[in-house]
Design a protein around this ligand. Structure first.
Ligand SMILES: [Mg+2]
Length: 325
C-alpha cells in the first residue's frame, strides 16, 4: 500500500521526552503490589485513563471506579480521560460520566473525535473544503464546533446502493478530508463515497480516528472496532490513513497544552496493549495495564506479545486496595 506522502503533524521534539518503541527495552511487566502502587503514585502527577474496559463496559460502570478516582484526586493527582471511541464528542462524554455518577469536566476528556477535528485545525484545513464522515455524531459535533463543514455520519447509514448496469455514483468534489471512525451504521454507500473522495479529489486527506480491531461496545461481548471500518476503506483506496487516536502521540500535544506536566510524570492506564500501552510508551509515560477489558493474562504473557506495560493488575480498584493496605 502507498503511504500519504505529504508531511502533516509530527510530535514536538522539544519540551518532553518521547521514548521510541525501539528504545524501550524488552522486559517483563510487573504485577502491581502495595509497594509498586505506592512507588507509582509517588512518581507521577497525573493519571491518564482509557475509558472502555477501564472505567466502564458499554454503559456499565466498572466496580470501584468512583473510589479510585476519589482517592487519586485526594492525593492531588490530575485525572485525564483519553479514549479512542469516536462515537461521542467531549460534551456527550461529559454527560455519560455524569449519568454514571462521576463528576468529570469536558476539559478532562480527550477523544479521538476531538483529535480528528484538532488535526484539521492544526494543519490549516481550508474552510472552503468539506469533510466526509464515516462515523457517528461525536465526529460531526467536534468538526462543527471547530468550524468545519461536514456531512455523512448516521444520515448516510440509511442510504442504499443498487448495483445495476450504467449506475453512476456521484460525489462532492469539494471534500478535502475523509474521517473514518467507529460506525454502527457502516454500509456500502459510505465505503464508496469515502473511496471516491480519497481517490478522485486531489489532495483529499484520509484520517482514521483509531484502528482498534475490537471493543466492548456493550458489556456482554466484544464488537468490531473502528479499525475494521478503516481497513475496509484503506483496502479500497490502497492507501494508509493518518491515525490521530492512540497509539499515535498526536493527542498528547493537546494534553500537554492543557496541563503543565512532564510525560515522565504521567501514568497511562488502559486495557489494550496495542493502543493504550503503546500510546503511553510512545509518549514517555509510565504504563499500567488493567485486565477489566479486552486483554487477558495469557495474552499479556504470550511469547508472541511484544508490548509490555511497566505494571499490570486486575482493575483500577486494586489501586485503592493496595494503597490503603
Ligand atoms: Mg479500552
Amino acid at each position: 500500500m502507498t503511504r500519504q506522502t505529504r508531511e502533516y503533524w509530527r510530535p514536538a521534539a522539544a519540551g518532553r521526552s518521547i521514548s521510541s518503541r525501539e528504545g524501550k527495552k524488552a522486559m517483563a511487566e510487573v504485577l502491581l503490589t502495595a509497594d509498586a502502587a505506592r512507588s507509582l503514585v509517588d512518581s507521577v502527577d497525573a493519571f491518564l485513563f482509557d475509558c472502555d474496559g477501564v472505567i466502564w463496559k458499554g454503559d456499565e460502570l466498572i466496580e470501584g471506579v468512583p473510589e479510585t478516582l476519589e482517592l487519586l484526586r485526594k492525593m492531588g493527582k490530575k485525572i485525564v480521560f483519553v479514549t479512542n471511541n469516536s462515537r461521542k464528542s467531549r460534551k456527550q462524554y461529559s454527560k455519560k460520566f455524569k449519568a454514571l455518577g462521576l463528576d468529570v469536566t469536558e476539559e478532562e476528556i480527550f477523544t479521538s473525535s476531538f483529535a480528528a477535528a484538532m488535526f484539521l485545525k492544526l494543519n490549516n484545513f481550508s474552510p472552503e473544503k468539506k469533510v466526509y464522515v464515516v462515523g457517528e455524531d461525536g465526529i460531526l459535533e467536534e468538526l462543527k464546533l471547530a468550524g468545519f463543514e461536514c456531512f455523512g455520519g448516521p444520515e448516510d447509514g440509511k442510504k442504499n446502493i443498487m448495483l445495476e448496469a450504467n449506475f453512476y455514483f456521484d460525489h462532492d468534489k469539494s471534500v478535502g478530508a475523509v474521517i473514518v471512525g467507529l460506525d454502527q451504521y457502516f454500509n456500502y454507500y459510505k465505503m464508496q463515497y469515502a473511496s471516491l473522495c480519497i481517490r478522485e479529489n486531489p489532495g483529499c486527506l484520509f484520517i482514521a480516528t483509531n484502528r482498534d480491531p475490537t471493543g466492548h461496545m456493550t458489556p456482554a461481548q466484544e464488537w468490531p472496532g473502528a479499525g475494521t471500518m478503516v481497513a475496509a476503506v484503506s483496502c479500497s483506496v490502497q492507501k494508509e490513513p493518518i491515525v490521530v487516536g492512540k497509539p499515535s502521540s498526536f493527542l498528547m500535544d493537546f494534553l500537554l497544552k492543557s496541563y503543565n506536566l512532564e510525560t515522565s510524570r504521567m501514568c497511562m492506564v488502559g486495557d489494550r496493549l496495542d493502543t493504550d500501552i503503546l500510546f503511553g510508551q510512545n509518549t514517555g509515560c509510565k504504563t499500567l495495564l488493567v485486565m477489566s477489558g479486552v486483554t487477558t493474562l495469557p495474552e499479556l504473557q504470550s511469547a508472541s506479545n511484544t508490548v509490555h506495560p511497566d505494571l499490570y493488575t486486575n482493575s483500577v480498584y486494586d489501586l485503592v486496595h493496595l494503597l490503603e493496605s
